[in-house]
Design a protein around this ligand. Structure first.
Ligand code: SF4
Ligand code: SF4
Length: 167
């Protein structure tokens, strides 16, 4: 696998758009085929990628998309900041057009200038799980992950490598 290098969201969007149709056809094929070794392959690529790339050199996800939050995330974050849940919600949360709780602002209000997360031990579940390249049944989130190529340099590289494999 090629070494992951940092790219801005604008650069990633351009690259992803250039190959959108080709990658969409590939995603469709994999979704239909559900290869047995897909999870193992993606997990290996995930480990390889993060062995050479540090999220602290990036933070694109924290800067541009932010997590969806569940009630437990909000309670945990409010407790971490020693705030009442209602005050925390008023200050930081809004409900988006899909009815999901999200942070009001981007970059995330808890992202520090050096790309560290101010609430790391109590960060939302979605932040822990992103970019999902280590989860099971990867075929279920192929279209979502294709979209994530616009944000995450690791996902972008994982997809580029996946397309080179013989499926
Ligand atoms: S809570 Fe932390 S990990 Fe999650 S988006 Fe904000 S800065 Fe990033
Ligand atoms: S998960 Fe991806 S987008 Fe987020 S900081 Fe790490 S490499 Fe960047």
């Amino acid at each position: 696998m090629k070494k992951v290098t940092y790219r801005t969201p604008d650069e990633l969007k351009l690259l992803t758009n250039k190959t959108w149709q080709e990658t969409s056809a590939f995603v469709k094929k994999l979704k239909k085929k559900k290869p047995k070794n897909l999870d193992d392959t993606v997990h290996e690529l995930h480990v390889e990628a993060f062995a050479t790339f540090n999220c602290l050199d990036c933070a694109n996800c924290c800067k541009t998309i932010g997590p969806r939050l569940i009630d437990k995330d909000i309670e945990r974050l409010a407790k971490h900041l020693k705030m009442k849940v209602s005050d925390f919600t008023d200050q930081y949360i809004l409900t988006d057009e899909d009815g999901d709780y999200v942070f009001k602002d981007h970059p995330c209000p808890f992202l520090l200038p050096d790309n560290y997360c101010m609430v790391y031990e109590n960060r939302p579940r979605a932040c822990r799980e992103y970019p999902h390249t280590d989860r099971k049944r990867f075929y279920q989130i192929l279209p979502l992950s294709h979209k994530n190529c616009e944000t995450c340099p690791v996902v972008h590289e994982v997809f580029e490598e996946l397309k080179l494999r013989n499926w």
